[in-house]
Write a protein that binds this ligand. Structure first.
Ligand SMILES: Cc1ncc(COP(=O)(O)O)c(C=O)c1O
Length: 359
């Protein structure tokens, strides 16, 4: 399991071993994610601190909340990194802020492009606007009008194409070829991973005694950044990832020792539905993440309701999954372990609640 390699990898980080000649050079080779990734991609503490200089001026330092009821429910000392209060409603603005900061003037002049129906679209749009860079977002034609409107509201041009993300993504890659845009991958780009990892720096700064961090996994960009950033400072902190049991692409890949493509997924949670993880994220998670646990969507929905009821927090499904893992007893840790759950976003389509009875 991944955990056995974790400590050694942390040592490597601290000694500053850095495969691939820096995030920018690495991005040139892995930018589209269609290539296999960089064997042994390892970002150093210096990489994350540099990324934070690019990210910090444009993001909120989101609060680390205590939760007595959750701590009592699971017997650990739990805090919640409330990234649902981030600009754009999720952590997804951090990576693009670092990615675009590191582009050349010429690349910026050509504009950036991504494909996403959700948080990545908004993150790229917000970041591009900060740098005065043109942004294009490809979405499937059935994207919810609210998400299209939000993305346009941040100044991006939206191109609707195809019925599913893969088709929208093909359109984005076609526009990279024909129009020269720079592609911003949703999870596998080293500069993006460095930006997402700035959340890990904040956790260590806000809670230096932390012993365990629990992070949702979709394509693996968030946990790659957080695990390397946290272990670059505190190598003994355990990192646990959470996937939907209906889409366990990372767990299967780590177990198999190389990326697997799931034949089918049985998961409706935006952010957790991925059939194939990234080459870089698979490599990083194999070395820096100690364990991956899975639970079905219904149990994640229970955690969302629990968070609304007990903590008065509205999270989206992906963001509630670490709390779900705790409530379901999937995390094995000594009583009182100082634990952080990453509540990665709050972009829930609350329109779905209309029509229910209220009291
Ligand atoms: C709110 C939220 N949490 C977690 C994730 C998973 O992140 P990653 O794909 O980097 O693993 C996503 C991805 O879209 C997300 O939107």
């Amino acid at each position: 399991m991944a955990g056995r390699a974790g400590a050694a990898a942390g040592d490597q980080l601290v000694s500053g071993v850095h495969a691939g000649g820096g995030p920018a050079a690495a991005a040139d080779r892995a930018g589209t994610g269609t290539r296999p990734g960089i064997p042994g991609l390892t970002l150093t503490r210096a990489d994350f601190e540099t990324a934070y200089e690019n990210v910090r001026p444009h993001v909120y330092r989101t609060p680390l909340l205590t939760s007595r009821s959750l701590s009592e429910a699971c017997g650990l000392e739990v805090r919640l990194k409330a990234e649902l209060f981030q600009r754009g409603g999720s952590y997804k603005v951090r990576g693009p802020l670092n990615k675009i900061a590191r582009l050349s003037d010429e690349e910026r002049a050509r504009g950036v492009i991504c494909s996403s129906a959700g948080n990545h679209a908004q993150g790229v749009a917000i970041a591009a606007r900060h740098y005065g860079v043109k942004a294009v977002v490809c979405m499937a034609e059935n994207a919810t009008p609210a998400k299209v409107a939000a993305t346009k509201g941040y100044g991006a041009r939206v191109v609707l194409h195809g019925n599913i993300w893969d088709e929208a993504n093909e359109k984005a890659l076609e526009l990279v070829e024909t129009e020269g845009y720079t592609y911003v991958h949703p999870f596998d780009d080293p500069d993006l991973i460095a930006g997402q990892g700035t959340l890990g720096l904040e956790i260590i700064d806000q809670f230096p005694e932390v012993e365990l961090v629990i992070v949702p996994i979709g394509g693996g960009g968030l946990i790659s950044g957080i695990s390397m950033a946290v272990k670059s400072i505190s190598p003994d902190v355990r990192i646990i990832g959470v996937e939907s049991s209906g889409a366990p692409a990372m767990k299967r890949s780590v177990e198999a020792g190389s990326r697997v493509t799931l034949d089918r997924v049985d998961c409706v949670i935006d952010g957790l539905v991925v059939k194939r993880v990234g080459g870089n994220t698979c490599s990083v998670v194999s070395r820096f993440v100690d364990e991956i646990v899975t639970l079905p969507d219904e149990q994640i929905f229970d955690a969302m309701l629990w968070l609304m009821t007990r903590a008065k927090l509205v999270t989206e499904g992906a963001a509630a999954s670490p709390v779900g893992a705790l409530l379901r007893g999937l995390v094995d840790a000594p009583a009182g372990t100082k634990t952080v759950c990453v509540l990665s976003g709050g972009n829930l389509d609350v329109e779905q609640l209309r029509g229910l009875s209220w009291n």
